[in-house]
Design a protein around this ligand. Structure first.
Ligand code: ZN
Length: 107
C-alpha cells in the first residue's frame, strides 16, 4: 500500500500518456495451463508497473515492467513485447515467467 502511494500517479510522471495496456501470458512451473492476464493503467492510476507473481510459495516476487515502460515512453514507442522471470525468492528459480505485450496510447 505504501509503495503504491509513493509511486504517484501516471499523469504526474508521464503527462503525455493516455493509457497503458499490458497483456501477458503467465506461466507457472508445475501448472500446465498458461494464464492470460491483462492490466491497464490510466492517468489516474499509480505509476507502479508491477505485476504480482501468483505462486503461493513465492516471497517478494513479481514482474517489474517499470523499466520497459519508461524506456518506451522516452522513445515514444507504442508497442513492445518480451519475457520476464519472477524476481522473487520462490520455490525454485524460474518458477514463473510472463510473456508480455505493452501497448501505450499517447494523449
Ligand atoms: Zn514468483
Amino acid at each position: 500500500m505504501q509503495k503504491k502511494l509513493d509511486a504517484g500517479f501516471v499523469s504526474a510522471h508521464f503527462p503525455e500518456v493516455a493509457s497503458i495496456g499490458i497483456s501477458m501470458i503467465y506461466n507457472q512451473r508445475g501448472i500446465a495451463k498458461a494464464l492470460p492476464r491483462t492490466v491497464n493503467f490510466f492517468p489516474g492510476s499509480s505509476a507502479l508497473f508491477r505485476v504480482n507473481c501468483l505462486s503461493k510459495e513465492c516471497v517478494d516476487g513479481g514482474f517489474d515492467l517499470t523499466q520497459v515502460i519508461t524506456a518506451m515512453i522516452a522513445n515514444h514507442s507504442e508497442s513492445a513485447k518480451g519475457d520476464l522471470n519472477c524476481e522473487g525468492n520462490g520455490p525454485s528459480a524460474g518458477h514463473s515467467t510472463i510473456a508480455y505485450e505493452v501497448a501505450i496510447q499517447y494523449a
